[in-house]
Unconditional design. Structure first.
Lengths: 228, 258
């Protein structure tokens, strides 16, 4: 993947914004993979690829319920990196390789989120006495510091993702036949569908909503058959 | 005859200028900016509450700001209720431990209500609709519509929460029993279940469009096995681990099976 520098910068900026949106600011859901992927695709002039990878990671997102201090992967910048990878490799090879790069980036992103929270804890613990004075400038300074660290973290995750995207094609693309590429794409899509279904069922539970889920599933299957 | 008890006269004006509420709202968008395992969202809550406390007297302002930054955790979109209610309680001259108890009492209900309304309701519902829209060919328009509709609700919920918190103060539980919230919770659960249920087969068909027929059969089998694995071993397995595991197996088989 060799992209013009302006596109790389645009992807880096977008990945950083997406990463910050997940938790820090403003949680307007540009971090959702469907949005992150579509805009990354638009930056690369390849919206269909952005949509496809966005759908894969959006399904994986259903596996995550961000309650309390739960740890989870970060799929926003991961989707940006996945789209950059897939853009360089056409068809199912792009889908499989892109998803693989996204999985690894998502894992790395999740680790950095946990690490950042630990760093924030230490900084806030160290500033506890100052915070107890009620000085608003101290409060704002510590808080804004957290946002800036998150922005740095998101940029780092995006850089790692884009580096993986750059390496994926020469390292893996040439080792895979069409059949191998197809297998990788099957694995990625199957995992996304399984995670989407299992995550949704966890939300739905065994109550009356299960009937609504079954009705939706039936309707979706009927629509799929009819459209074919 | 003993006169009827009346609330203590507020020591300071009880109507913050609209710009102060607006400033608090803007700060609420960054309420999770310093998320940490010690105070969770506490610092963000303190930062958001601070503009509302500026009319407190000199001796009260700084202790109130410090209290605002203590431990707090709840759903970020509904934290405005706690911010407004705590600020109002400070103006009404509530004792510090009363304010702390109010904050503690709000953590659980705001968390569970927000999780039910947003994380397990409105967000997956709209996301499911967007997925179905993309699969049916609506493309980026479905994504744009998702973003716009979600954020209309998002901003409205944050603003309502802040205003309701400020209006009701220590009686903020009244706001939590708002019929609109109850109705939204009752409608969004089934709507989410239906929308995502419908989106799953549509997205499966959309993603497997370029696959060979043998690959579609393999997709159905692997997805079913993966789903079972996640249902049965959800304590150890999650979507990402399953994805990485399946991708590793596919890479090895793909390299061997030339």
């Amino acid at each position: 993947m060799i992209l013009p520098i302006e596109l790389l910068i645009a992807l880096l900026v977008w990945g950083t914004l997406v990463g910050v949106d997940l938790v820090s600011l403003p949680q307007m859901m540009i971090a959702r993979p469907l949005v992150a992927g579509t805009v990354a695709g638009a930056i690369l002039g390849d919206i269909p690829t952005g949509l496809k990878l966005g759908v894969v990671f959006e399904l994986l997102q259903y596996d995550i319920l961000p309650v309390g201090a739960v740890r989870y992967p970060e799929y926003g910048p991961a989707t940006v990196a996945a789209v950059a990878t897939a853009h360089a490799s056409a068809g199912v090879l792009g889908l499989g390789l892109g998803a693989l790069v996204g999985f690894v980036t998502g894992l790395f992103g999740g680790v950095t989120i946990n690490l950042l929270r630990r760093v924030n804890s230490r900084i806030i613990h160290a500033a506890a006495a100052q915070l107890e004075t009620g000085d608003p400038s101290v409060l704002v300074r510590v808080h804004v510091g957290g946002i800036l660290r998150d922005a740095l973290r998101a940029a780092l995750v995006t850089v790692v993702g884009l580096t993986l995207a750059w390496l994926a094609r020469p390292l893996l693309g040439s080792a895979l036949t069409v059949r191998g590429a197809m297998l990788l794409a099957v694995a990625a899509v199957a995992a996304a569908l399984a995670a989407g279904a299992a995550g949704t069922l966890r939300l739905v539970g065994r109550g009356p909503n299960l009937a609504w889920f079954a009705a939706g599933l039936g309707g979706g299957i009927a629509a799929t058959i009819w459209l074919r | 005859m003993t006169p009827p008890s009346v609330p203590p006269t507020p020591p300071t004006p009880l109507a913050p200028a609209r710009p102060r509420l607006a400033r608090a709202l803007l700060r609420l968008f960054a309420v999770q900016g310093s998320y940490n395992y010690e105070r969770m969202l506490g610092l963000g809550v303190g930062v958001a509450e601070e503009p509302l406390l500026r009319d407190l007297g000199d001796g009260k302002y700084r202790p109130a700001v410090a209290r605002g930054a203590h431990f707090f955790n709840a759903h970020p979109y509904l934290i405005g209720l706690a911010v407004g209610a705590a600020a109002r309680a400070e103006y009404e001259g509530a004792a510090p431990d009363q304010v702390e108890r109010l904050r503690e009492a709000l953590c659980g209900p705001l968390g569970s209500l927000g999780d039910r309304l947003v994380w397990a309701g409105g967000l997956p519902f709209l996301s499911g609709l967007a997925l179905a829209g993309v699969a049916l060919g609506a493309g980026w328009i479905a994504v744009g519509a998702f973003l716009v509709v979600f954020n209309i609700g998002h901003v409205a919920l944050r603003w309502w929460a802040l205003k309701a918190g400020w209006t009701h103060g220590r009686r903020v539980s009244v706001a939590l029993h708002n019929p609109a919230l109850q109705k939204a919770g009752a409608v969004l659960g089934p709507a989410m279940a239906f929308a995502v249920g419908a989106a799953l087969p549509l997205t499966a068909a959309y993603l497997s469009g370029p696959f060979y027929s043998w690959a579609r059969v393999a997709l159905a089998i692997v997805a079913a096995l993966g789903f079972l694995a996640l249902r049965l071993r959800g304590d150890r397995l999650n979507g990402l681990r399953l994805s990485l595991g399946l991708a590793a197996v596919a890479l090895v088989v793909g390299v061997i099976w030339q």
